[in-house]
Design a protein around this ligand. Sequence first.
Ligand SMILES: N[C@@H](CCC(=O)N[C@@H](CS)C(=O)NCC(=O)O)C(=O)O
Length: 213
Amino acid sequence: MMQDHVFYDCTTAPSPRRARMFLVEKGLTVPTEQIDLRKGEQLGDAFRAINPRCTVPALKLPDGTVLGDNASIARYLEEIRPDPPLMGRTPVEKAIIAEWNAIAESEGLLAIAEVVRNSLPGLKGRALTGPRSYDQIPELAERGRTRIEQFFDTLDRRLASTAYLGGEAFSVADITAFVAVDFAGWVKLAPNKNQRALIAWRNALAERPSARA
Ligand SMILES: N[C@@H](CCC(=O)N[C@@H](CS)C(=O)NCC(=O)O)C(=O)O
């Protein structure tokens, strides 16, 4: 239990889920505060003072430092709790895992966010996260759908030759891609039945206790 830390979460949102899964895989528990994104609590003065970028997850450290992104949170947790390693052991493993995590984020999560944020009526005027307001661009939602199909294909090809995205060991890259595949369900997109390697990997990950986080 990391009593002297505070984790800022929103149970329904995909980004904090990545950090929650990482914590479970490390066997760590942290006192948690829920930020209600539907009510706009992330934009209020209280949370803005914690994370001026107005997003969750965030992690407050004992010295008051706030980590405001999955990248920094994962890096920190890996340093303070190296086992089990989720970001690789050898230089090559670390590099490949970083590459696949970046792919899952930029080609997966961001493509899905492009669809969700530019099409859901509840996100009108909120097409990007953060303190400023941005209008939706319907063409971006269309483009995002094509990108998600391409992302599923990229995952399926990779997983046809390796057990996990980073190689033979489960890693943070799997967490990011797994969260992305579930997030695609928000806009009714899922792997097709011919993407067998992707489906088998997804089903295996769903059995891990962290999948319920
Ligand atoms: N790069 C950030 C992205 C975090 C992010 O986009 N979080 C969303 C929830 S999934 C959020 O806080 N949204 C606030 C909003 O919609 O205003 C990370 O992964 O840590």
